[in-house]
Design a protein around this ligand. Structure first.
Ligand SMILES: C[S@@+](CC[C@H](N)C(=O)[O-])C[C@H]1O[C@@H](n2cnc3c(N)ncnc32)[C@H](O)[C@@H]1O
Length: 236
């Protein structure tokens, strides 16, 4: 009889999670104990130096009732619930994430809203439901967390899935002005905790797109350049 070596069993919370997530962000996004402790509005508020509401509004203001929306990754606090409520039962709200515990949290927040779906997928290869043409696709603070190659893959995949007339919205870090003291705090944070974030200081988001010139890129910055919102549409 074959014996099963229980030490080889894969913890379901880690199964299929990309290496950068377990190596860099285990405590922040993978380990369920930490995720339970961190999934609160006040955490997002502190992490974003009190800019949480205006950055969320940059995304939420683009949502109109009845839209079909794809949000690439779960976010702590109530952002996904607010986005889904704004879409409403006449639309569709699809949330993807690559990490099992984030899927659990997303499902709990969206329970009972039958126009929503929570789907485990890497945002870079989410195929979705072929019949759904999204009106809005949003990456909210995802790009700065992934390695360079993944940034390219995610941006290109979003744009490939973007129908004419629809919008892609990126809310993320940006290159802070030299007078902005937060710049120097983030330098230290990036050095110790966010190895893929500083690329957002040096590259415009369109740098990651293969066919950038086919799109119109509208950028706004916030808080002395610490953050950006970029809205992308096909050229007419
Ligand atoms: C949106 S980002 C950061 C958001 C923000 N810091 C917050 O307050 O939650 C974090 C999420 O991205 C997810 N994630 C990381 N890489 C991903 C990928 N390739 N595809 C989909 N989700 C991904 C993580 O599992 C995590 O839930």
């Amino acid at each position: 009889m074959t014996k099963v070596d229980s030490t080889l069993a894969i913890d379901p919370y880690y199964d299929g999670v990309p290496a950068y997530m377990t190596e860099v962000y285990d405590w922040a996004y993978v380990d369920p104990k930490w995720v339970r402790a961190l999934d609160h509005n006040w955490v997002v508020r502190v992490l974003l130096f009190l800019n949480d509401q205006r950055l969320m509004r940059a995304y939420l203001n683009e949502i109109k009732e009845g839209m079909r929306v794809w949000q690439l990754a779960h976010v702590y606090g109530d952002l996904v619930t607010r986005a889904a409520r704004k879409v409403g039962p006449k639309g569709a709200f699809h949330l993807t994430d690559v990490t099992p515990v984030q899927i659990e949290h997303g499902e709990r927040k969206l329970a009972g809203m039958d126009w929503t779906k929570v789907i485990r997928s890497d945002a870079a290869d989410f195929t979705g439901d072929a019949a759904t043409k999204y009106d809005l696709i949003c990456s909210f603070f995802l790009l700065h967390e992934v390695p360079e190659e993944k940034k390219h893959e995610i941006v290109n995949h979003m744009l490939e899935k973007l129908p004419k007339g629809s919008k892609a919205v990126f809310v993320d870090y940006h290159n802070p002005a030299r007078w902005q003291p937060i710049r120097y705090i983030l330098k230290v944070v990036n050095h110790y905790l966010e190895p893929f974030a500083e690329a957002m200081w040096h590259n415009e988001i369109q740098h990651y797109a293969k066919k950038a010139d086919r799109f119109v890129w509208k950028k706004r910055t916030f808080f002395g350049g610490v953050y950006q919102c970029v809205v992308v549409q096909h050229k007419e």
